[in-house]
Ligand binder design. Sequence first.
Ligand SMILES: Cc1cc2nc3c(=O)[nH]c(=O)nc-3n(C[C@H](O)[C@H](O)[C@H](O)COP(=O)(O)OP(=O)(O)OC[C@H]3O[C@@H](n4cnc5c(N)ncnc54)[C@H](O)[C@@H]3O)c2cc1C
Length: 530
Amino acid sequence: MLDANTKAQLKSYLERATQPIEIVASLDDSKASDETLALLKDVAESSPLVKLTESRDDVYRKPSFSINRPGENHGPRFAGLPMGHEFTSLILALLQIGGYPPKVEDAILEQIRALNGDFEFEIFVSLTCHNCPDVVQALNLMAVQNPRIKTTMIEGGTFQDEVKERQIMAVPTVFLNGTEFGQGRMSLEEILAKIDTSGVEREAKKLDAKDPFDVLIVGGGPAGAAAAVYAARKGIRTGVASERFGGQVLDTMGIENFISVKETVGPKFAIALEEHVRHYEVDIMNLQRAKALVPGKEFVEVQLESGATLKSRTVILSTGARWRNINVPGEHEFKNKGVAYCPHCDGPLFKGKRVAVIGGGNSGVEAAIDLAGIVGHVTLIEFDKQLRADEVLQRKLRSLKNVEIFTNAQTTEITGNQTVNGLVYKDRASGELKTVALEGVFIQIGLVPNTDWLKGTVALSKHGEIEIDAKGQTSVPGVFAAGDATTVPYKQIVIAAGDGAKAALSAFDHLIRTTAPAEEPALPKEAVAA
Ligand SMILES: Cc1cc2nc3c(=O)[nH]c(=O)nc-3n(C[C@H](O)[C@H](O)[C@H](O)COP(=O)(O)OP(=O)(O)OC[C@H]3O[C@@H](n4cnc5c(N)ncnc54)[C@H](O)[C@@H]3O)c2cc1C
């Protein structure tokens, strides 16, 4: 099953295990079961601590297997082959059951162990989904720590009937005790916050009691991370409150234009951002969504949705942007039931099917090219008379046989019956309404700044972007802004990071000018003469 190189890697990883690991496989006569068994035999051969038992029970999905400590049977379960992006999830589950400590703060481990209740998670994944392993690994870690938490990763390709029956059209999709719990990327902290509400209240009280910051950054994407590094290096008290540290790069696959990094993937880049910030004395307050900014004479207040209020002498707003909705009937109703925004994540769920991409800019055309390799057919719909993507992308798109392009076309409705079954667009030249039968619609019409919470406090452009000057200063003294949330053109990582650095230097400059001690009173002339 595994090639010699991967086997050697697996063997060297499993050398870190110190305790016995029991794998119990539920199999039948299918080809998928044969492949699973072959993989598990390779695993068992890689360490004397691993024992493999085969079972023909009728209790679990087949093929599936659980990884347990001896005498237990509630360890993380994998249904279908955990290859592709999920191979790492398999290795981590083996190591953690084998006694290798997870890289998580003790306080979080304590919180997991103290959870009181029975939690049975099911996570539907695709093997090409880059957001799925984080969720699988977080839930596996929880299951290893607390016997009342059970978790099963389900590879959608192997369990197509279940995917259809439960109408799963986006991954990861997580069910808790049979009810949909969430979709998309979720960190361990996010999952914990969702199931341990008393933990959220405790955290809010702690935040509320914090001393004022010199610089408080709201938003932890590239702009916020750069601002934090620059501020902390000035030796001033720096905090970052963010809803999801990492920002948009968490949803990005390839990054090839951050100067000095030839190529990387978004989640890896996000980890590097956080590591760099943590290298300094920065108070990172993750999973905190700001709801209001209250300017004041000495301190600016940032009110959080958790109920806490943070105070700071200066504030840097770097709340970035999110996918723009098309706002037509059907978009909301069929979200994750055929309406999708992330081609890298959800494309594989539409294998062989007909889909549309709405938007003919770079991201739309890239998405259409990407999807054309997986799905049966792609219809690209662009409102304008011509596509707006770079010429090289357009050439590539036009060379693909399973792609058709409609320009001057306005999408008016996404139709469906429980899941998407079509799209209606208006031919803007003739005014005629036309229908396209399909099963998926990927919306790629750009981004909208995350600034709703600032309306009426700082000056915003007509597009909702925070208006800033060349130093990143907003309309409110002591409040600066950087990145995609601002009026700065060209929304890119390197630009957001540069502007974050600039905003931090401006905030520092503001602090030294406004908090300098009052000038000594001039001495009387006689005293000077003496
Ligand atoms: C799919 C995709 C691919 C991309 N590819 C590239 C690429 O290859 N190269 C490139 O240079 N750029 C790329 N970009 C653009 C790039 O990701 C952005 O320009 C960059 O991330 C902007 O950084 P930012 O810090 O301004 O905002 P964001 O990355 O959007 O970060 C915003 C931060 O603010 C937080 N936040 C939002 N609202 C609140 C609130 N109310 N309270 C607290 N926190 C809040 C968010 O959780 C997040 O932490 C891509 C974008 C996307 C979506």
